[in-house]
Ligand binder design. Structure first.
Ligand SMILES: CC(C)(COP(=O)(O)OP(=O)(O)OC[C@H]1O[C@@H](n2cnc3c(N)ncnc32)[C@H](O)[C@@H]1OP(=O)(O)O)[C@@H](O)C(=O)NCCC(=O)NCCS
Length: 258
């Protein structure tokens, strides 16, 4: 069997990687193109849990199966860069809305992660106890941006969106979509958090402004967001609630190949 793991080009020790999480968010980006090598599949299926293997088998399309396997193997291999637990021994439990958290005994306090996968890309953010989320989307995945915008955007987001040219609307749509997803994933509440109860005004790469109803978040200024374009076809956003120091975490991007 060749290449049973991942090509993770980073020489830092797990203690160093872990130590950095009090200052940084580690954003692991994995491009996926074409079917996975069968020997890679065989070597990585065995590191999934029973529950993950069941979900893996239920995907009908080979490309969806590959994406699921690659994403869940990436989580396991990457987490093993932060603690001396082998990839196959990570144990996860989900909260009532489905957000997975590490459940192994003896794991360094506060090691957490959030995963996103879409056609052609996996994004995994590793962080400490601060609430953090990531979302990556393939541009063009959705057909009717206008009708989707009606259901997911707050009034101000929708009027800003409608005022743009068609080309700019596509860009705005995917920036807003990934920002909103990253926020609900950081909160860990999925779609039980009403999407119109929080909104973004400026969505420039270096200037995201965020507001919300008080029930959603009493302290919106504590939240920091980033937007990125990890490939010409993908848009990605991160959301992170700062600690008591209010200092935004720096996002360090790390790449992996399968
Ligand atoms: C499930 C949800 C958390 C993310 O869904 P998604 O965008 O389809 O998927 P992503 O690839 O970004 O994230 C999936 C991963 O998030 C994690 N996840 C699941 N539930 C989660 C939750 N409540 N909070 C945070 N992360 C969660 C899991 O690791 C999951 O991976 P898995 O399904 O392989 O186990 C939820 O937000 C959802 O259903 N979204 C639907 C899309 C939508 O209408 N978005 C509106 C945006 S404006």
């Amino acid at each position: 069997m060749t290449n049973p793991g991942l090509n993770i080009s980073d020489e830092r020790s797990s203690a160093e990687m872990l130590g950095l999480l009090s200052e940084q968010l580690h954003l692991w980006i994995v491009p996926i193109s074409g079917p996975l090598d069968p020997s890679w599949v065989a070597a990585n299926e065995v590191i999934l849990s029973e529950e993950e293997r069941g979900r893996h088998r239920r995907y009908r399309r080979a490309s969806d199966r590959d994406l699921f396997l690659a994403a869940h193997a990436v989580v396991r291999h990457v987490l093993s860069r932060y603690a001396s637990i082998p990839p196959g021994e990570w144990v996860f439990e989900t909260n009532q809305y489905g957000r997975p958290e590490i459940a192994n005994l003896g794991v360094p306090r506060g090691l957490r992660f959030n995963l996103s996968h879409t056609d052609g890309m996996i994004a995994l953010i590793v962080h400490d106890e601060v609430d953090t989320g990531v979302d990556v989307e393939r541009v063009g995945r959705l057909d009717d941006l206008h009708s989707v915008s009606k259901t997911v955007f707050a009034d101000s987001e929708r009027s800003d969106f409608l005022a743009l040219s068609e080309a700019d609307q596509t860009e705005r749509f995917y920036r807003l979509w990934t920002l909103k997803e990253a926020f609900i994933k950081a909160k860990g509440m999925g779609l039980s958090l009403p999407l119109k109860d929080f909104w973004f005004e400026s969505v420039g790469p270096s200037s995201v402004t965020f507001s919300c109803r008080e029930e959603v978040e009493p302290d919106p200024a504590a939240w920091h967001f980033t937007i990125a374009q990890p490939s010409p076809h993908h848009r990605l956003a991160t959301a992170c609630r700062s600690g008591s120091d209010r200092h935004p975490r720096k996002v360090e991007s790390l790449s992996i190949s399968l």
